[in-house]
Ligand binder design. Structure first.
Ligand SMILES: [Fe+2]
Length: 425
């Protein structure tokens, strides 16, 4: 509500084998802003905030794979803003002629209070950069949201070049000889241009998905380089020392963004941060707690069925104990809304889980249900790209003793396979 990060890119990205990265200190990172349009004020915007810039590279020490080094990525944090207030801004380097962007404006989120809410929160996952992504973003913009929750898998840069722009459900099956899963970084720049008209005026909060892992270097030693360089999130502000998990308030909602691709075990840093964050929530100021991460715990589609069961077993008790209200995830390319559930049992105190991973990416929409005849995956399928495998058989209900239910599970309220986004009003 009182603080916001503005991020943008200057300079040109380069692709090739011998690259010299740009110098991120050669250009200033400034945001000029105020509560009136610059044209209405003879002195222009009255405030300036300064930040920092960085460059990242995607390096593949294998023949035939193209290396990449980014433009200069700027991040500036505006602080001391008034909640629920429209601000006008330009970003860039004011020492250069024409060095500032066109003017844009945004409205800050409401201050924490039990009677003030963001009017509309758009939720979108697994968006990509296709014709379907375009129609999703068009519809989303027409809904005029006051905030966007992006639940991971943004560009599908790693499903682009090697697969000839088509994507494959199993990369290692289709390309068994590939030394590494190549990720075509210019897709990130294209995605940034695609999102700019929306993201330059509506706050967008992100969490990482498996398509952001993007391993590079020898043996894939470096991961998430693009995600970490391109997005600024309120980590320090929420007591987290990583961009992989953080929290923030928007009116009467406390949002918690978790990382499914970093340690989620009870003994780990994320779990202890989450415990502290949940303890700090003041339900008189933020009566609602909404959590989000990429991989659904409750999912009755064949795709990714029970994939992140280990994460559920580690963390579900903590979320339940603190009365988390709603959980948004993506990863499965379809919509599914669960009935209130805890430990696979209907429970009026459990969260409502919603899967909304149908943004419209290069892969297909998911249509098979694990309870459809012949569609129950084998427990060896759906291996997570991070963490362990904890697949289980059900102990009660029509699936007792079996891996899949024989009809839509009672914890699954509604499911639909179509592209789109969600609106939380
Ligand atoms: Fe995913």
């Amino acid at each position: 509500p009182s603080s916001l990060w503005v991020s943008w890119v200057t300079g040109r990205a380069q692709v090739g084998s011998h690259l010299t990265p740009l110098d991120p200190t050669a250009v200033r990172s400034e945001v000029w802003y105020g509560e009136r349009p610059a044209s209405a004020d003879t002195v222009g915007h009255p405030h300036v905030a300064r930040g920092s810039a960085e460059v990242y590279s995607q390096l593949y020490p294998y023949p035939g794979l193209l290396n990449y080094t980014s433009g200069v990525i700027h991040h500036v944090r505006l602080v001391g803003l008034r909640p629920s207030t429209r601000y006008y801004y330009r970003c860039g380097d004011s020492s250069l002629k024409g060095g500032l962007s066109d003017e844009r404006s945004f409205v800050t989120l409401p201050a924490p209070a039990p009677d003030a809410y963001p009017r509309r929160v758009a939720v979108v996952g697994d968006l990509g950069l296709t014709g379907n992504s375009t129609s999703t973003v068009d519809h989303l913009a027409r809904n005029d949201p006051s905030m966007i929750l992006m639940v991971g898998d943004m560009t599908y840069a790693n499903q682009y070049r090697t697969t000839g722009g088509r994507g494959v459900p199993c990369f290692s099956c289709s390309f068994p000889d590939a030394p590494i899963r190549e990720s075509y970084q210019p897709r990130w720049d294209g995605w940034g241009r695609f999102m700019e008209p929306l993201a330059s005026r509506v706050t967008m909060m992100v969490t990482e998905g498996n398509h952001e892992i993007e391993p590079q270097g020898h043996g894939g030693a470096v991961t998430f380089a693009s995600y970490l360089a391109r997005f600024a999130v309120p980590s320090e502000e929420s007591g987290s020392n990583t961009k992989f998990f953080y929290s923030f308030n928007a009116g009467g909602i406390h949002f918690i963004m978790l990382g499914a691709y970093v340690d989620y075990n009870r003994t780990g840093a994320q779990y202890s941060w989450l415990e502290k964050d949940l303890q700090k929530v003041d339900r008189r100021a933020t009566p609602w707690v909404v959590a989000s991460w990429h991989t659904p715990w409750y999912n009755s589609y064949s795709s990714h069925y029970q994939e992140f069961e280990c994460m559920r077993q580690e963390m579900e008790g903590l979320l339940y104990q603190h009365g988390v209200d709603i959980v948004f995830s993506g990863h499965v390319h379809a919509y599914e809304r669960m009935n209130r559930v805890f430990n696979y049992t209907l429970d009026p105190c459990g969260p409502v889980y919603i899967t909304i991973g149908d943004g419209g990416n290069i892969e297909e929409i998911d249509i098979d249900h694990a309870d459809d005849p012949g569609k129950c995956p084998s427990p060896g399928d759906n291996q997570p790209e991070f963490g362990g495998v904890c697949h289980l058989n059900f102990t009660s209900g029509p699936a007792k003793g079996k891996f899949c239910w024989e009809r839509q599970p009672e914890w699954s309220a509604f499911r639909e396979s179509s592209f789109g986004h969600g609106i939380l009003e």
